[in-house]
Design a protein around this ligand. Structure first.
Ligand SMILES: [Zn+2]
Length: 274
């Protein structure tokens, strides 16, 4: 299934859900307001539901070795964060488009199209570290929670989850799907770039992995349809590179001599299927 179409499907499902969420609100209106956030088990469950929906529309590359390798790299990188104990898992989607995204709770997807354009494990680690940062900082979860807060007219999401759990969870998943077609706030993307560089450095990689991928994207034709979703949901690569250089230049340079592992990447990520 084409990537844009795939997101269009997710989006149309969520538009209908938005309406239902408003209806649900009538039944939840008298619930006592609570202020606590969505719990970690709920965060993981919402993420799993989202991941299941994604995998219902796009399949994983049928290459066990490649999937295992990307999981090894991803889990090692995730282990360097302040949320090492989430059930981290990583999947390469069998799609020619250039994209990567994370769902709450620790599932990260990267497309075959993006993996094929990478040259080293440091680049892979850099991209995964960016996605992992979205999970660590709960960017998508907060966007979902914000959308739900509006629809629930002030009733805390955590409270609504307690009263009518399956319905509310379903609506949250639909709101989540919507955030993937619209993209996060630019500030969240820049934060994920900065934190991603730090995490990749901690994991022992050349910190220029992520900037190198951004340069690859910048060099591609912006009209290339493979980039449509990435460019719709993220600031332009040039803008991200400038923002990184402004805030992170000393960190980038301090760890630039750490390994890139280009050969291991070539052997492991590109071995099968081509
Ligand atoms: Zn991002």
């Amino acid at each position: 299934m084409r990537w844009l179409f795939f997101f269009a499907v997710l989006f149309s499902a969520s538009a209908a859900a938005q309406f239902n969420l408003n209806k649900l609100l009538d039944t939840a209106r008298n619930v006592v307001k609570a202020t606590s956030d969505i719990s970690e088990p709920d965060e993981i469950q919402i993420g799993n539901d989202l991941a299941a929906r994604i995998l219902g529309a796009a399949r994983l590359v049928p290459d066990e070795g490649m999937q295992r390798y990307v999981n090894l790299v991803g889990r090692w990188v995730a282990a360097q964060t302040e949320r090492p104990d989430l059930p981290w898992q990583f999947g390469v989607l069998d799609a020619p488009e250039v994209n990567a995204f994370a769902v709450p709770g620790g599932t990260v997807f990267i497309t075959r199209g993006l993996l094929e354009r990478m040259k080293s494990e440091a680049e892979l680690a850099g991209v995964l570290a960016h996605e992992i940062s979205h999970v660590v900082r709960k960017h998508h979860l907060k966007a979902i929670q914000k959308g739900a807060q509006t629809a629930l007219a002030g009733t805390a999401v955590s409270q609504a989850l307690k009263t009518s759990r399956p319905e509310v969870r379903d609506k949250l998943v639909n709101l989540g799907a919507e955030t993937y077609s619209r993209g996060l706030d630019k500030s969240d993307e820049f934060e994920a770039d900065r934190l991603g560089v730090v995490i990749a450095a901690r994991a022992g990689y050349d910190t220029y992995g992520l900037p190198a991928v951004l340069q690859t994207l910048q060099a591609m034709n912006a009209q290339d349809s493979a980039l449509a979703m990435m460019f719709k949901t993220h600031p332009a690569p040039g803008e991200r590179l400038t923002a990184l250089a402004e805030k992170m230049q000393p960190t980038l340079d301090a760890y630039a001599s750490q390994p890139q592992l280009a050969e291991r990447f070539a052997a492991q990520a590109k071995a099968a299927g081509r």
